[in-house]
Structures are given as C-alpha cells and as structure tokens.
Design a protein around this ligand. Sequence first.
Ligand code: C2E
Ligand code: MG
Ligand code: MG
Length: 605
Amino acid sequence: MPIDRPKPKTGAEKARLVKRRKPLRRAKAALSRPMRGRKVPGAIAATAALQQHDASFRLLFDSNPVPMIVCAQDTERIIAINDAAVAHYGYSRGDFEKLRISDIQAFEQLPPWRGDHSADEHAARTWKHVRADGSLIDVAIYARLLTFDDRAAVLLGLMDITERKRAEARLAFLAQHDALTGLPNRLLLHQRLDDLLAQTRRSGEKVAVLLLDLDNFKAINDTLGHAIGDKLLKGVTRRLRSSLREEDAVARLGSDEFAVVQAGVARPEDVSLLACRLIEILGEPYMLDGHSIVSGASIGIAMAPGDGDDAEKLLKNADMALSRAKSEAPGTFSFFEAEMDAQAQARRRIEADLRAAIEHDVLQPYYQPLVDLRSGRITGFETLVRWPDPARGMIPPGEFIPVAEETGLIHAIGSMILRRACMDAAQWPDGVRVAVNLSPLQFRIGNLLAVVMDALKTSGLPPKRLELEITETLLLDRSDHVLATLHALRALGVRISMDDFGTGYSSLSYLRSFPFDKIKIDQSFVRDLGSNHDAQAIVRSIISLGIGLGITITAEGVETEAELNCLRIEGCHEGQGYLFSRARPQAEIMKLLQAQRDARIVRVA
Ligand code: C2E
Ligand code: MG
Ligand code: MG
C-alpha cells in the first residue's frame, strides 16, 4: 500500500482526503467526548454507531499482529503504539510514547511520510530502525494519513524484513562467490578487474593477472577423496590470502584454478617475484587428516596494458601462458607471448577444418603391418588415421588427435575409423588381425562397447581378429567404469594391447589390474637399441616380462636391420616400423597381402 502524499495538491484531491477523514474524525471526536445523555433516539443511535466504529478501529489497531504506530504529523512524536510494536521494538509503552519517529530511525532524519519521493519509491524503500536493545532491523513501512484525537497524524505499519534482507544478501553473495572457499568467483573477478582496468587506464599503472593451477590436484582428489581435496583448496586459499597485499584480489575460477590480480605493478619483475613467492608457498606440504600432501602450482601471467585491455582478454591470455607453463615445466610460471595466441588461433583453425573433414568423410584409415619376427609373416595391421588436405598435404594424427580429444570430435573419428577398419579387415585373409587405437576419452563418455559390437556385426569380422590399443593414461585413474568396459570388450573375444609401453608411468600394477594380450614397446626405446645400454636393458626386461606373463611383445618403430637383429636376439615376438612398411591405404594392403603368399618376409623401403 503506497504512502499518501503529505498534502494533496489539487482541489479534487483535497476534497477526497477530507471525505476520507470525516468518519474517523467523527469517531475520534465521539471517543474523546464523554457521551452526552441526550434523549433523542436518532442521536443515540448515531453515537452508538460511532462508538462501534471507533471500537473497531481500536480493535484493529491494538490487536493487529503487524507492529503499528501513530505519529503526529507536526511534532513527529509517537502518540499511539499497538501491542505488536511494543513487543517487537522492546520499548515500554511509556518510553515509546516519549519518542519521535526519528529516535527509532538509525540513519534518516526525515520521517517516512516526508521527502521528495513518489509513493512507489517510499513503498520500495527499506528503513533501518533501532530496537530498545540497540539492535538494528530492516523495516518496510506502509503509511496512511489520518486524524487522531483531532490532530493530523500518520498511521505507520512496520514490517520487519530483516530475515528477507539477510537471505537476499546471502543469495547475492553466493551468486558472486565460491561456496567452498568464500573467494570471489569468475563473475565478480571479471567485474572487479574491469573496474580496476578502467581506473588504471587513467593512472597509467600496470595490472597483472596471475592464473594459477594446482599441479596434481586431480590425483590427490581421486586417490585421497573429495573431503581431502576440499581441505586442500581451503588451505590453498588461506595461503594465497596471507601472502597477498590488501589491494591484490584473489578469486577461484574453477576446480583447482585460482586467479590473482596484482595492481600497481611498476615492472614485470614485480610480477615474477610474486609468482615465485606463490609457487614456493603453495609447494610447501599440507598436513591434512594425517596425510602430508604436496601439491605444486603452475602460473600463467598476462599484463595490462599490452596483453589485453579487458578482463576477458587478459584471463584468456593468462590461460594460454598457464597451458605453456603446465606443459613445459609444471611448478613454474610463464608470461603470455603473442606467439601463443597465434598457436591458439592455428588450433581453432584445425578444429574448424577437422569438423568439415569429418562431415565430408575426408579422413582415411591407413594400415601399417605388424610382422612376426620369427616367421617374417604379417600377422596384422595397425590402423592409423590419415587426413589428406589439399593445401597442407597429409596432416599427421599428432596434430589433430589432441584437438579432436579437446573438442569431443574424437568420438566421431574413433567410431568411423573402427567401422572402416573392421570392414577392410573382413576382406583380408583369415588370421590377419587389425589393430585400432582408442583414445581414453572414448572410455570416459559414450558407448564404446556398443560402437565396437556394431562395427563387428556390420563387418562380420570375427572378434578375435580385432585388437584395441590403449595407452597407460587410460589406466591412470583406474576407475571401475574403465576396467568394466575393458573386461566387457575382452569378453566379446576382442584382444587388448597396451600401446607405447614405457612412456607413461609403466606401473607393473597396470599389468596386474588387467590381463593384456599384447604390450607394444614404445619406439623411443627401439630407437636407442644400437647405442644405448639402458635402452637395451629396458627392452630386454619388457620382453622377459611379456614372456613370463604369456603376453605378446611388439616393438614399435623398427627402422634398421641392427634394431631388428637386436630384437630377434632378445626374443621379441613382433615388430612394426618403416623397415617393414609405412602405413598404406587399403588398396595397397590388398596387394601386399597378395605378395605375402609368395614372399616370406615383406619389406618395403
Ligand atoms: P601409435 O599408436 O603409437 O602409432 C605408431 C606411430 O608410429 C604412427 O604414427 C606410425 O606412423 C609411427 N611409426 C611407425 N613405424 C615407425 C618407424 O619406423 N619410425 C617412426 N619414426 N615412426 C613410426 P602416426 O600415424 O603419426 O600416429 C601417431 C599417433 O596418433 C599414434 O601412435 C596413435 O597414438 C595416434 N593415432 C593414430 N591413429 C589414431 C586413431 O585412429 N585413433 C586414435 N585415438 N589415435 C590415433
Ligand atoms: Mg598404436
Ligand atoms: Mg604406439
């Protein structure tokens, strides 16, 4: 209900107000005058009606659950209070009646019915009132002018909205802060950074954004549980807060990603110093629930002006610098360089071209022979995806598989290659297998099992002729889901190979967690076979491990006769490499297989 204006301005308004006041005024007059003992029956009836009207007003006022007060308009004194107001404000009735409205207002001097505000503005406004015990409450006020004891007065209904305000404030806080650490979130950081950048544009100061990522948070979270992960994030927050100045802002942007905004930077060395300090502080061990945990941090830095004029650009560039730091030397910091942006743009171009290539069915499976080192015969082929591009020639998978994994396009590529490989292999002689590489992402999301079953069914290829190559990274998290999928694939009759063995963690426990059919020794060990004794020892031990476990051992990247001899002497089962053949399209493979019928060893320069 909007508050009435203090004085009606037009004649019509005045008339309306007078009309409205009349019954009350009469009621008040009747109340203040003792009833005169007139004997006129009509007059007695009118007086009785007035008394009844007044009693109703009293009843409504006194017993109203909403705190209400009546103030005199001229003196602004409180002249009547209902029980709810006495209970809510805590002043005794006597004390209350000595107060002016401004005495219970915490900040404002003017009473709620004055001031140059529209009725709507008044209604929407929140007032701070002081209770007898000194506590402050938020109040919404509904006011109405009336005549009380023949005086111009205002009836105020006082709605306590303190709790609602608190809930609204909490919601507003949560919308802009991270619930776990209480730090500002990305939204608030954006706003603050943009404000700061607007200020520094005038002052000419530099601002640095340090984007910070914990180096092994995922592993800690996965192995020790989320409760410890949460405690670690809180610990990081405490350390960040204690090592920053008042004017430096800190925010949490994602699971283990934090941002620090360093204001008033004179030279880049100021930023390097801070980055070094943060890396050092965050690298100290944390004691969490009896565990001593070390989680280093990497930092990417972008500075304004120069690396961007707005929050979005600066954060994006700091992110690129962070990726560089993480990939090249985790636990260090890296400044943004324009050339990183060029790389990112090239990546975006690859993504767009790759989408088009998938849509137009440009990607092709090529096949590289796997040769039995004792008999020299081809036992199978590894499928390697090829992307022929009119302008760039054959784009190697190393350039686009990571982009496909980042963008999710790997699912489309993986299914297509698997389907094509099974169809092609179904045309090869019985007993010649086909190997297909799988990305860990195909296990994480999607329906890999159904995709494999479908490829086998449509091609008619017996499952025992299909080999799926996985890398050690897949087993890093060793989730139940991954192991269950691997077992289900093997139950179909499909063979499972461990690819690039020796380049990851090479944990022997991986070999125990799943019964692999084949281990492929990474080509980096084969490359060094002739010259490096360590490589020889490693290859020898992987081969004897395979023989002991009854697993086929394949050496990748065999390029020379010397390497081949060495592998033969060590008893390696299978070889793959340029010495035998590069990967070739299906048409050539058919000819190669035809040739195998006559020749004992297939070698193509
Ligand atoms: P990979 O599975 O280890 O495949 C072997 C790689 O070594 C192939 O590279 C192959 O051309 C190369 N190679 C074979 N013999 C020799 C040799 O004697 N010397 C040298 N220097 N290299 C040799 P490519 O085709 O560039 O593939 C690179 C990687 O891309 C593959 O490594 C595999 O991890 C991935 N990849 C290829 N095709 C697919 C695919 O269809 N799906 C998935 N998820 N990944 C694929
Ligand atoms: Mg492979
Ligand atoms: Mg490999």
